[in-house]
Design a protein around this ligand. Sequence first.
Ligand code: PLP
Length: 441
Amino acid sequence: MIGKKKEAKKMKGAKNKKGAARRTSPVDAAVRDAVDFLLPTYKRSPLVFTHGRGAVVFDAQGKKYLDFLGGIAVNALGHAHPRIVKVIRREAARAIHLSNLFHNLYQGPLARKLAGWSGLDRVFFANSGTEAIDGALKLARLVGGVRGKTRILAMENSFHGRTFGALSVTHTEKYRAPFAPLVPGVEFVRFNDVADLEAKFDATVCCVLIETVQGEGGIYPASEQFWNRARSLATQHGALLIADEIQCGLGRTGRYFAYQNFSSLPDIAVVAKPLAAGLPLGAILTSQKVADAVSPGLHGTTFGGGPLACATALEFLRTVEDSRLLENIRARGAQLRAGLEALARKLPFIREVRGEGLMLGIELTVEGGPFVAAALERGLLINCTHDTTLRLLPPYTVSAAQVREFLRTFEVVLTKTPRVGNPSESAAIADSARALHAAAR
Ligand code: PLP
């Protein structure tokens, strides 16, 4: 433990060294502190956003942006939704946290609603996507381990998070390599490649983990044939089918869950991002068969399922229902997609538009980064994944006028921005994923 005197000396030293921050504006000071004191895990834009309203967000200079990134699929109701603000105000003044040693008013009702939406039976609340994935993998080992089933099949081109378990099932080498050795027993299958899945599946597999729509990988939906085969192989071998719906679930594709596109259920579905409308909350949803293997003490968390987060999540789910947002997602998604496809017909460097609902990827033959920067200049917030795929994740509440405004400005961004060649490694990955995607259709 650091002594009080030593700490005061350290603080003084820090102020002397970085004291300039105290003479600048609060915004500049905040950025300087971030640069000086945060671990440099992100390559951040110098922009500071301060607040938002619906699908619009403002920076510290008061400039307005149309937010088609939505906190990377978190802000599904946009910013400062009145129902969410009201619940957070109310509950913050009642109880932010209560221990999981007791019941609270919202965890059970939220679990009931998630069970209703998903077709699954039981819920465990975690605090983030990666933590929920780790919990789901633990459940698969718990159910399978007693019968000697420990192998985990994950997908090439996948992303599941940054904790050790989730990282072990994430395919991207640059995320994995610095932290090896990872959790053992993981094998990767080519996404949407039924033959590869069949070749790697046997009685030693405890689970197969699929992002129903690969998000970070560039918006690639699992094909129906691949899903069905994963389901039947899992059933045949007594393994679990786990759907990672952290990015694509809870309405994003125009269905409550993206797997509802298919006719069978997973054994486990994992959700997070939009669940508590911006507060950190993840959940593992399981079948009763999985739940039967669980007993008190096997898994737990301090924060997961707290009353503030659960009350907010319940309000989010009710708002999606009451405001008929699935309909809006489908209608605005179709409008956005049609506009993007029209642009693709005009601009040959757009290779493909993929995705469903309000989860869309625009695959380019050139680098996406410069378009993201140019979009920002013109007041559009988007991002780029896998170097060449521009990703759009607008809020479920986005209006037809906002989609039109986006398309108008986006066309200018695409046509006026100088194009930079395709980075080879990501192009190769994208090519292979695209070939499988095309073959699956
Ligand atoms: N799974 C998917 C499909 C994701 O998109 C993400 C995050 O981007 C995660 C898991 C990890 O979630 P979190 O960042 O909340 O840990």
